[in-house]
Ligand binder design. Structure first.
Ligand SMILES: [Zn+2]
Length: 333
């Protein structure tokens, strides 16, 4: 790490100053329409003395909105007199992707959650990842990263943490998930964790919590309410914000293996046969893919490889071979 050049990102906020600061992570980005231009990533720092620090992010993927909606509001409304410690808020982490309304950056096609640990002399997305890796994550005790399904997936609303080898760290993360009090709480095993922000934080020993709160490239009244209440709950649970955690009923879910996922093997028009949250039996038809090129062709069925509950589904009406069609999770007590 020490051989890397310094980050080109210049913050306009002072992380060690008390009070509320609204500023930017300014990342130089020279281009045709702005020779000495920059990407200006909004950041808010709310600090009141020494104490634990929370790093809160939305817009890791640019087409997921519950996180940004909750975090722009939190930045506007959280009073430092309610805070003991530091809250660092970056509501739109992959800001170019967020501005474009796309999952990945329009500048370099970078998927922020596959770009860690990043590079200080890489692409724009890699430079943002590197700044989080080397400057922001080390400041945090607890890291909260909002996700939703984006344009192509839709989820039942859940808060989640990973099963980890470090069981003490795992327990702290699951305690924070419980405090968030989403309708569902998920124990996740990551199948492809290389390059993820999650992994970067966990490898530093940080408590890392995430969500999937809906999707379809939009937000819903219910999921935004869940996000806003949940993040305050987590900050209260961590002792950073005053007040009691507003607990609610949550159903714990587990994704025990790769059999949770069903992928389309055909292009076509998808017919969902089970709605989100409904129970499914092993072998049940989750979706049918209809060929659209000619009439008279029978639809291809996608069947559940395990029993459980439908936790996520492909969102658009058209599907391509290789798309994730459905995710089944198991209810646990
Ligand atoms: Zn996401």
């Amino acid at each position: 790490m020490s051989s890397l050049r310094p980050s080109p990102v210049a913050p306009t906020v002072d992380f060690d100053r008390d009070g509320v600061q609204h500023g930017f992570l300014r990342l130089p980005y020279s281009r045709d329409d702005s020779a000495w231009g920059s990407v200006m990533i909004p950041i808010c720092v709310i600090r009141n003395g020494t104490g634990p620090a929370a790093l809160l992010t939305g817009g890791n993927h640019g087409d997921e909105y519950e996180g940004p909606l909750a975090l722009y509001e939190l930045a506007r409304t959280l009073d430092p007199s309610q805070v003991s410690g530091t809250v660092i808020i970056v509501p739109a982490m992959n800001y170019p992707a967020f501005r474009a309304g796309t999952r990945t950056s329009p500048i370099d096609k970078g998927n922020m959650n596959r770009s860690f640990p990043g590079l200080p002399d890489g692409t724009v997305t890699q430079k943002i990842a590197d700044y989080f890796q080397r400057e922001l994550l080390p400041r945090a005790d607890i890291v909260f990263d909002f996700h939703s399904g984006g344009r192509t997936l839709d989820f039942v609303p859940f808060c989640a943490a990973h099963t980890l080898l470090d069981k003490a760290l795992e327990q702290k993360a699951f305690d924070a998930v419980a405090a968030f009090s989403a309708p569902f709480s998920m124990r996740m095993i990551e199948i492809d964790s290389v390059g993820m922000y999650d992994t970067a934080a966990e490898e530093m020993g940080k408590v890392f919590v995430s969500t999937e709160l809906g999707g379809g490239g939009t937000s819903r009244a219910q999921t935004v309410r869940i996000a806003r209440r949940g993040i305050l709950n987590v900050l209260r649970h961590a002792g950073i914000v005053d007040g009691a955690v507003e607990t609610g009923r949550t159903q714990w879910l587990d994704m025990p293996s790769g059999d949770c996922f069903s992928f389309a093997e055909d292009d076509g028009m998808i017919e969902t046969m089970v709605d989100l949250g409904e129970p499914v039996e092993e072998g049940a038809v989750l979706a049918r893919i209809h060929s659209t090129g000619r009439t008279g062709v029978a639809p291809r069925e996608i069947r559940a490889k395990m029993s459980g509950m439908l936790a996520a589904r492909h969102f658009p009406g058209l599907v391509k071979a290789g798309d994730c069609a459905a995710v089944v999770a198991v209810k646990v007590d």
